[in-house]
Design a protein around this ligand. Structure first.
Ligand SMILES: Nc1nc2c(ncn2[C@@H]2O[C@H](COP(=O)(O)OP(=O)(O)OP(=O)(O)O)[C@@H](O)[C@H]2O)c(=O)[nH]1
Ligand SMILES: [Mg+2]
Ligand SMILES: [Zn+2]
Length: 338
């Protein structure tokens, strides 16, 4: 499976959504030889908006897909009317294998998991420095979901005009995650967009975070004017956003400054992690993963016999990294309140 990571060249990204599928077919998939390849841009009550060969095409799931659901970012095979004309509807006959999946459980008691976005390379975890207040637990949980789903995390701290980023930067320093800090002024003078675009070039990036942190405001600063969506105010009394964005939407970067896609998503109250396997999180810490070889079976990595304490004491890895890993693993067990 090809991955559209940062090492891919530009042509790949440009040609991706509109290209006909020219991969050789095996006789396992004899049906729909002439299906076109598309990318799901948004989903609304069973109607999927897809980009097919440069055209926006409305589609629905073919019956043969059964219970499998296509989500934003999915690469799909379509048949039927692909003219993109009003009132036409194509059929999605296949969902291609995914390179990554961002999953969340609605909350930890509800093991029903949903795939939020498919095939994203990067997860931009958006946090306002104030209004609403940063919630490190949610950031931790989004990090775990990123590591679990195969997405590279990016921290985006907005509203630095209201509060400084120092405390958060200290908390996440040991994780060595790329970050950008943006302010109202820089949104207006284009500085914010420039710095964020540098991190997005050549990649598919999903933006997640609480309602009102400024996800849509930021995405709007990155895409051409005609693609902009509504933003909402944060309630001055409760400090909460208004859940202005109600569906995930993939938007292409113009290609002038950067190539790739941004996916705006609705604000979340919590990010349930009931589905997460801790060993996948540890893989995101190669400096510590090796040290777990000496751990007892089914070690929680936060118990007296855990080998990671010695691993760090022997100088193989940093104490702060171990602390961060333990904090992330523990975030799976706590319930994230509103
Ligand atoms: N002071 C300040 N306000 C900002 C900044 N960025 C965004 N805002 C404001 O924050 C409010 C919420 O912005 P949105 O972009 O709608 O937030 P969102 O994260 O998309 O919210 P949902 O769609 O509800 O999840 C708006 O009033 C924005 O003008 C910033 O850098 N500084
Ligand atoms: Mg929004
Ligand atoms: Zn251990």
């Amino acid at each position: 499976m090809r991955r559209y990571g940062k090492h891919t060249d530009e042509d790949d990204i440009r040609s991706r959504p509109g290209r006909r599928n020219t991969r050789p077919r095996t006789n396992i998939r004899p049906k729909h030889e002439d299906a076109a390849e598309g990318m799901v841009l948004t989903v609304d009550r069973g109607r999927l908006t897809c980009l097919v060969e440069g055209r926006v095409v409305m589609a629905m799931k073919a019956r043969e897909l059964g219970r499998k659901a296509a989500v934003v970012g999915d690469r799909v095979a379509l048949v039927g009317d692909m003219s993109g004309k009003k009132d036409t509807l194509a059929r999605i006959v296949r969902i291609e294998e995914r390179t990554s999946v961002l999953r969340r459980t609605a909350d930890d008691d509800d093991p029903y998991e949903r795939v939020v976005v498919a095939n994203a390379d990067q997860l931009a975890i958006v946090t306002a420095l104030a209004d609403p207040e940063p919630r490190p637990r949610l950031i931790d949980r989004c990090l775990v979901a990123a590591f679990d789903g195969g997405l590279e995390p990016l921290l985006v701290m907005t509203k630095s005009d209201l509060a400084p980023p120092d405390k958060l930067l200290e908390l996440y320093g040991a994780l060595d995650i790329p970050y950008v800090v943006t302010s109202r002024e820089e949104l207006e003078n284009g500085g914010a967009a420039d710095r964020v675009l540098e991190q997005l070039d050549g990649r598919v990036t999903a933006f997640v975070g609480h309602s009102g942190v400024g996800k849509t405001t930021l995405v709007n600063a990155l895409v051409p004017e005609e693609q902009r969506r509504s933003t909402g105010h944060v309630n001055a009394v409760t400090g909460r956003g208004r859940h202005t964005t109600t569906s995930a939407l993939a938007l292409p970067l113009s290609g002038r400054v950067a190539d790739g896609w941004v996916i705006d998503t609705p604000g979340v109250r919590s990010f349930g992690l009931a589905h997460v396997d801790p060993s996948r999180v540890i893989h995101a810490f190669p400096d510590l993963a090796q040290g777990t070889e000496g751990c007892p079976r089914a070690c929680s990595h936060d118990e007296p016999d855990c080998a990671l304490d010695d691993w760090v004491a022997e100088g193989h890895a940093d104490q702060a990294r171990l602390y961060s890993l333990r904090r992330l693993l523990a975030s799976r067990e706590r319930t994230e309140g509103d």
